[in-house]
Design a protein around this ligand. Structure first.
Ligand code: ADP
Ligand code: MG
Length: 375
């Protein structure tokens, strides 16, 4: 029998902030019927501004832990916002990376990316293998194993994407305050190729099939869990578990404005409950009010309870789009994410805007993808 080592977060009262980063996707002509140009622009690595709709001679300026402009590569986002938190999961701590924002703003691009421009998920998994390898070779009497689980929260139901026939799975908490899902598939991973083989088909199913599925993918939270278990080879076989959650959240757009009815409306309600609760949890952790963090109010936050706040390391990447058609969703996403905002009395001069990035593959990122695949 393996004996558990209590991880650093058990019993600890300390709560850590959720780091908030914003990523602006490039301007796309096809998203801008009226050819109005962008209404958002970056200022520097922590600040951006958006036109104030109440008064076009003003902009609203927002401040974040990090701002990634439309030129930022997949590698750039990974290095700045994700890579630094990964070593913690090898010491029995938990971590989470969440992509937030309206549908069409770049959540899936950020998390999953494409073969040519791989996103946070493949880069993080590769990096975890890089971190584990030297530990394996260290001969310090500990062995290390990795597993993956992949699930979806849809309509407040927890579904196993690696075993699609299963029904709504329960979320439990053990005596050490660890959150677990009994019955959830845990696939052992010996290499990155193993991961690719299991994850890619499951994620492609979810993201690129019919329009119907696309709608579903914008209405559900897709959650990849990578677990690192370190076990002492000799008795008492102590064990340390670190979890990494990589989450592509449901679209944050306000579904009430799109006239949803029936099932759609029910879905919207459920999505709004999870995202609304997530916003309360993040506010509560970041505001440090010391009150109860409402983790139990939705499935998403309940699942992430031991990996969001506490002594875990979390980052939320808020994805936004620059076109006017996204204006109100952008505004609400920014208000959710911002540490502070400021109204600036200065016209948003179009001439000074960055030239829209042409819709061609950038050679640098193609090279990145090749490099990643070869490893
Ligand atoms: P979401 O998952 O939030 O609905 P997607 O990731 O599907 O949004 O992005 C919408 C479209 O914009 C896709 O065609 C995607 O490839 C493109 N896109 C998003 N972010 C970027 C980016 N940073 N650079 C280039 N294209 C992007
Ligand atoms: Mg998506």
């Amino acid at each position: 029998m393996a004996q558990r080592v209590p991880t650093a977060d058990t019993g600890a009262k300390k709560t850590s902030r959720v780091r908030v980063a914003v990523r602006l996707r490039p301007y796309m002509e096809k998203e801008d019927d009226k050819a109005e140009g962008p209404c958002v622009r970056g200022l520097d690595s922590q600040n951006l501004e958006i036109i104030n709709w109440r008064n076009a001679t003003e902009t609203v300026k927002y401040h974040f832990d990090a701002f990634h402009d439309e030129q930022t590569t997949q590698q750039g986002v990974f290095l700045a916002s994700v890579k630094p938190i990964l070593p913690h999961i090898l010491t029995g701590q938990n971590a989470s990376v969440l992509a937030y924002g309206p549908t069409g703003a770049g959540k899936t691009h950020t998390m999953l990316g494409s073969r040519e421009r791989p996103g946070v998920i493949p880069r993080a998994v590769k990096e975890v293998f890089n971190l584990v390898r030297p530990q394996e070779e260290a001969q310090d009497g500990w062995g290390c194993s990795l597993t993956m689980s992949y699930l979806e929260i849809y309509n407040e139901k927890v579904l196993d994407l690696l075993s699609p026939s299963t029904q709504d799975l329960p979320i439990r908490e053990d005596k050490d305050r660890n959150i677990l899902i009994p019955g959830l598939t845990q696939t052992p991973l010996a290499s990155f190729a193993d991961f690719d083989q299991h994850f890619v088909p499951a994620s492609l199913n979810r993201t690129t099939a019919s329009t119907k599925l696309n709608q579903r993918s914008s209405r559900s939270h897709a959650i990849l869990l990578i677990k690192v278990v370190r076990t002492q080879r000799a008795p008492p076989h102590r064990q340390q578990t670190g979890k990494l959650y990589l989450v592509d959240l449901a679209g944050s757009e306000d579904n009430r404005r799109t006239g949803n009815q029936g099932l759609r409306l029910k879905e919207s309600g459920a999505i709004n409950l999870s995202l609304f609760t997530l916003s309360k949890v993040v506010d509560s952790l970041n505001g440090g009010t010391g009150g109860r963090v409402p983790y139990r109010d939705s499935k998403l936050t309940r699942l992430l309870q031991d990996s969001l706040g506490g002594s875990s390391h979390s980052v939320m990447i808020t994805n936004i789009a620059p076109e006017y058609s996204y204006y109100f969703d952008t505004f609400s996403a920014l208000n959710f994410a911002a540490k502070s905002k400021l109204i600036v009395n200065k016209p948003f001069v179009r001439e000074t805007l960055t030239v829209p990035v042409p819709q061609v593959k950038r050679p640098r990122e193609e090279a990145e993808g090749d490099q990643l695949r070869k490893k």
